[in-house]
Design a protein around this ligand. Structure first.
Ligand code: F6P
Length: 363
């Protein structure tokens, strides 16, 4: 039998286990492949002895309903930026892709399915360019991966954010408050925009449309003047004011150091500074958006991605990623996924629809 290795990389995401199960179920039907999983992205391959587990039916049965990944994950296992200490103990980064490919081949693997976001698919591409047969599966709650209309995890994140938003509305209403809810999404406003529409927010702030603080104040005051004594704002973690340099996101994402989270508090102090009199409260949703069980839609998307990815392995369609485009499951080159991220089009219909629903973007 041939040997297939699966890895999950980057941040976790509801639906990862459904992809793993989809691959394994389809592989079992093929009777030609045994499937294994590398623990914590490709760290399982590097570790001595390798930490690679057989993905038996017993291990994968029913896991599609569970969040997270049974293989564990990390965004600190990038072979393109492998941390190595020099003699004086300083850490420098080296490209270890070639060694990783050799190790995977030495372990007897015939193909790899790498499940992950843009960083992981950049790794898939590098492994493929070094001669490893690789298929990619797109993953991110942010929905910002190019090459696919939709990624699993996004719909679940929007549902979690909407449920939280609904809860904030009743307390905002009771206290005549301005509620600011910060959602994830990196530099894309997809989660914020969908949540604002689903929840019925008054204001939605996204990175793609830098906001004008004075316009926001006007919108807030006019709500209070009309006697609608509360305002609900959804702000994406990457949102920024037009003329400001607000950057309050800090953390490691892949090999990049970026600032993460906290814009809700910055917006709150900006609004206070310009004289908004209403009481303001901030909620940063954070990682709850990535936790728990995947929605039915995400289970379907992820399971179908898994089946299709395995069929691509059988067909020898390597150097490609499975994608959901125009309501269909297709193959796209890995390059397509590693191009610029897909962000909200400020002129697109969804923004227009939001405006039509009375949502202000602070412009
Ligand atoms: O890309 C998914 C995501 O959850 C982003 O929305 C967020 O900016 C980032 O990951 C958080 O990363 P970490 O889990 O490393 O804090």
């Amino acid at each position: 039998k041939k040997k297939l290795l699966i890895a999950t990389g980057g941040g976790d995401c509801p639906g990862l286990n459904a992809v793993i199960r989809g691959i394994c179920k389809r592989a079992k039907k093929s009777k030609e492949w045994d499937v294994y999983g590398s623990k914590e992205a490709f760290n399982g391959v590097w570790s001595e002895p390798p930490y690679i587990i057989p993905l038996t039916s017993k291990r994968t049965a029913g896991i599609h309903v569970k969040g997270g990944t049974i293989l564990k994950t990390t965004n600190k296992a990038d072979p393109l930026h492998y941390p190595v200490k020099d003699e004086s103990g300083n850490v420098k980064f080296e490209d270890r892709t070639k060694e990783l490919v050799e190790r995977i081949k030495d372990l007897g693997f015939d193909a790899v399915i790498n499940i992950g976001g843009d960083g992981s698919q950049r790794i898939s591409k590098a492994l493929y360019d070094h001669g490893l047969p690789v298929v990619g599966v797109p993953k991110t709650i942010d929905n910002d991966l190019a090459g696919t209309d939709m990624t699993f995890g996004f719909q679940t994140a929007v549902q979690i954010a909407t449920d939280s938003f609904d809860k904030l509305v009743t307390t905002a209403e009771s206290h005549h408050r301005v509620m600011i809810m910060e959602v994830m999404g990196r530099d894309a406003g997809w989660i914020a925009l969908h949540t604002a529409i689903a929840g019925g927010a008054e204001i939605c702030l996204i990175p793609e449309i830098p906001y004008d603080i004075n316009k926001l104040v006007k919108r807030i005051e006019s709500r209070y003047e009309k006697g609608r004594g509360f305002v609900n704002i959804v702000i994406a973690e990457g949102a920024k004011p037009k003329d400001g340099t607000v950057v309050s996101r800090e953390g490691e994402v892949g090999s990049k150091h970026v600032k993460l989270g906290g814009v809700a508090f910055e917006l709150s102090s900006q609004l206070k500074e310009v004289g908004v009199r209403a009481e303001i409260r901030e909620t940063v949703l954070g990682h709850v958006q990535r936790g728990g069980t995947p929605s039915a839609f995400d289970r379907v998307l992820a399971s179908a991605f898994g089946v299709r990815a395995f069929e691509m392995v059988m067909d020898g369609a390597f150097g490609k990623m499975v994608a959901f485009v125009n309501n269909d499951f297709v193959e796209v080159p890995l390059d397509a996924a590693t191009k610029e991220n897909k962000v909200v089009n400020p002129e697109g219909f969804l923004v227009q629809a939001a405006k039509g629903l009375g949502i202000s973007f602070g412009i």
